[in-house]
Design a protein around this ligand. Structure first.
Ligand code: NAD
Ligand code: 89V
Length: 342
């Protein structure tokens, strides 16, 4: 197996999970790391024993010449950093949200195509064990043809403690969290042709919306609801579980609290525990997300070696981003937004 030498840009809150994920990926080493903040750079460098530390991404790429670069910074820096990697012809993974707008995202995808350089968005939620289990049931045909779906994430978890920037942006839950749920809806139900959305802000201490309810039109009359909230106090705090409901012509499926999957058909009902693995470096309740980070990064390494297109390539992610953009447009105008109009 060819050894892959990667480099990481951005040593903040989430990058630690990515560093652990790379350690878990066979035949992958992180050769160098970069952050504008020396304290964060040293914290990650010391934890993971990385000596090559840079404050300047361009210098790092020029000197290290990695086989790929993993961009774990927040959205505003994505386009300049992706374009920097493309100029160096270095395959690139970029965290979600890929871009602040579709024009930037399309420019990056076009740039990667022109340069002939692989580009993947780190859209990891579809890689969660429970979501993969739902997809497997759908693909098996056990519940027939789906006609209704729901992807739901409702919580009152203090997400702002670890990611204070989430309280500051004009846009919040659709762009940050809903984007994952919308990508799961695409993964399970196929692409959508139109979206209708309503949003509100309940928490007065944040700037953007913290509640969103969206209706997606898929092919063949399949409709799905994607709903998310960070203003929902429940008896049991479910963060960061995504719940799924699917009704099909031959049965139904429910992914409920505690990673319990219930499948009902004419034959009866079966229950399955589809809990994620608690990896040695992971901690509850984040272990579901952490496992999906390791999974998507292994997928990237396999794609690089085999020369195949990653599932959540930049081009694929344009469709998830279009849903995000369409949702904000719909919430602002009160109208349904056809995705082809974006
Ligand atoms: P953060 O602010 O904690 O960390 C970002 C780091 O990038 C900071 O240390 C900053 O100094 C550094 N940085 C910014 N610009 C840079 C540049 N040009 N060169 C070098 N370093 C630079 O942010 P975070 O919470 O770790 O989030 C990072 C990204 O990960 C965001 O896009 C966020 O949406 C995403 N995220 C994804 C998941 C997931 O499950 N996929 C979970 C959490 C966060
Ligand atoms: O995915 C994210 O960017 C995170 C979290 C999972 C907490 O929503 O903000």
């Amino acid at each position: 197996m060819a050894e892959l030498r990667g480099a990481l840009i951005g040593c903040g809150f989430f990058a630690v999970n990515q560093m652990h994920g790379w350690r878990d990926a066979e035949g992958v080493t992180i050769a160098a790391i970069c952050d504008l903040d020396p304290a964060r750079l040293d914290a990650v460098g010391d934890s993971f024993g990385i000596e090559a530390r840079y404050g300047d991404a361009e210098r790092m790429l020029a000197e290290i010449k990695p086989d790929f670069v993993d961009i774990a910074t927040t959205v505003r820096s994505h386009r300049p950093l992706v374009e920097l990697a493309l100029r160096h012809r270095i395959p690139v993974i970029c965290q979600k949200p890929f871009a602040e707008n579709l024009a930037d995202a399309r420019a990056m995808v076009d740039g990667a195509k022109t340069a002939g350089v692989p580009l993947m968005v780190h859209e990891n939620f579809r890689w969660q064990t429970p979501i993969q289990a739902v997809k497997a049931v759908l693909d098996s045909g056990e519940i027939g043809t789906p006609f209704f779906g729901r992807v739901s994430f409702r919580s009152a978890y203090d997400v702002y403690a670890g990611q204070p920037y989430l309280a500051e942006g004009e846009r919040f839950i659709i762009e940050d969290l809903g984007i994952h749920a919308l990508d799961i809806a695409r993964f399970l139900f196929g692409d959508a042709s139109a979206i209708t959305a309503r949003t509100t802000r309940v928490n007065p201490r944040i700037r953007g919306e913290d509640v969103a309810t969206m209706l997606l039109d898929h092919a063949d009359g399949l409709a799905s609801i994607v709903d998310c909230s960070y203003a929902t106090r429940l008896e049991e705090e479910l963060f960061p579980q995504t719940l799924v409901e699917i009704d099909g012509s031959e049965g139904s499926l429910r992914l409920g609290a505690g990673y319990r999957l219930v499948v009902t058909t004419g034959e009866g009902t079966r229950h399955e525990d589809v809990s994620p693995t608690l990896l040695p470096w992971a901690e509850r309740p984040w272990h579901n997300i952490q496992e999906s980070v390791a999974a998507i990064q292994k997928h990237w390494a396999a794609c690089l070696r085999e020369g195949c297109e990653p599932q959540t390539s930049g081009a694929d992610n344009l469709k998830t981003l279009a849903l995000v953009e369409g949702a904000y447009q719909s919430a602002a105008t009160g109208q349904t937004v056809p995705l082809e109009s974006l």
